[in-house]
Ligand binder design. Structure first.
Ligand SMILES: Cc1ncc(COP(=O)(O)O)c(C=O)c1O
Length: 305
């Protein structure tokens, strides 16, 4: 089931709507043009995780699209209404840590054609079971060319590459391509050969080394200004890993860095840390190191808010 809560000035805590009844005009530009933005976040035991980072990124996306969206307080009240309504309508069983999880989506579109009024709502739904399975079993991934070079976002900001827009048809097509070739997911590369991100995730790699007898652990992610979405999960994990003694690095990352890494992950707010087993059919690191580091970093991520 899905709970919908519209941000409506007549309802300070949001207007709960029946998700089985049409609620958006067919002329809404979110529908006709994919002209809008969204965020997906996890609510754990009713509390949204990293909510400020998501609201900040939503505000940045809105600025990139010149879209007026409701203020943070209005979103927060609607999120609480959605989480509470979903929890009472569809109580979720506990996960492996005894927590209940809900997916919260924030969506804002440019509204009906000619109306100059943003449509905004919050959606609450269950976490798809596939995601826990992918965390557990890992992913087979294909490298796919995104067709842009890594500096395009500066030259062509109208491509909105660093914004989380509703125009995800390309990302979904890439995933279908991977599935039809027996893989689970995708890592996009740029025309100039850099590793970028997944269609719904950030890319992370670990390098282990020995520096004069002292073990060194490095966590690396592609440059945030290479036309990728800055991940809130990557940001939170980097902060926690730094505290725990990891060295941090930002790209450029090339495909050979992935193949030489001790472990590679796709990371995002709902799926969290999903280890990559193979890329283009080639094993990445070893299963032992992969599962040890996944456990270590997942524990760090679980402590972030
Ligand atoms: C293209 C893309 N990159 C990265 C991410 C990861 O972002 P976050 O960690 O904030 O969920 C997402 C999440 O959906 C995404 O769609």
């Amino acid at each position: 089931m899905t709970v919908l809560v519209f941000l409506d000035p007549a309802f300070p805590d949001g207007r709960v709507a029946d998700s089985g009844t049409p609620a958006i005009l067919a002329t809404d530009q979110g529908v006709t043009r994919g002209d809008g933005i969204f965020e997906s976040l996890l609510a754990v035991n009713g509390t949204p995780r990293k909510v400020q980072a998501h609201l900040d990124r939503m505000a940045r996306s809105a600025r990139s699209l010149d879209l007026d969206i409701p203020d943070a307080g209005t979103w927060l009240r609607a999120i609480s209404t959605a989480a509470a309504t979903f929890a009472s309508a569809s109580p979720q069983g506990p996960d492996e840590h005894g927590n209940t999880n809900i997916v919260i989506k924030l969506i804002a579109t440019r509204g009906p054609e000619g109306a100059n009024a943003t449509t905004a709502w919050v959606q609450a739904s269950a976490v798809p079971p596939l995601l826990a399975e992918q965390r557990e079993k890992g992913l087979d991934v294909l490298l796919l060319d995104r067709g842009y070079d890594s500096t395009i976002s500066h030259r062509a900001p109208w491509l909105l590459l660093g914004a989380k827009t509703l125009s995800y048809a390309v990302n979904m097509a890439a995933l279908r391509h991977a599935h039809s070739h027996g893989a689970d997911d995708v890592i996009f590369t740029s025309g100039d050969g850099h590793v970028l991100e997944g269609p719904t995730s950030s890319v992370l790699l670990a390098q282990l080394a020995d520096r004069g007898g002292a073990p060194v652990k490095r966590l690396i992610t592609p440059n945030l200004d290479s036309g990728i979405l800055p991940g809130t999960t990557q940001g939170a994990l980097f902060a926690a890993a730094k505290e725990a003694g990891w060295e941090l690095g930002y790209g450029p990352v090339e495909p050979q860095d992935l193949f030489r890494a001790d472990a590679v992950w796709l990371i995002s707010s709902i799926r969290l840390l999903a280890p990559v087993n193979t890329i283009d059919g080639q094993a990445v690191g070893t299963a032992d190191v992969r599962s040890r580091l996944t456990a270590e970093l997942s524990a760090l991520l679980a402590q972030t808010h």
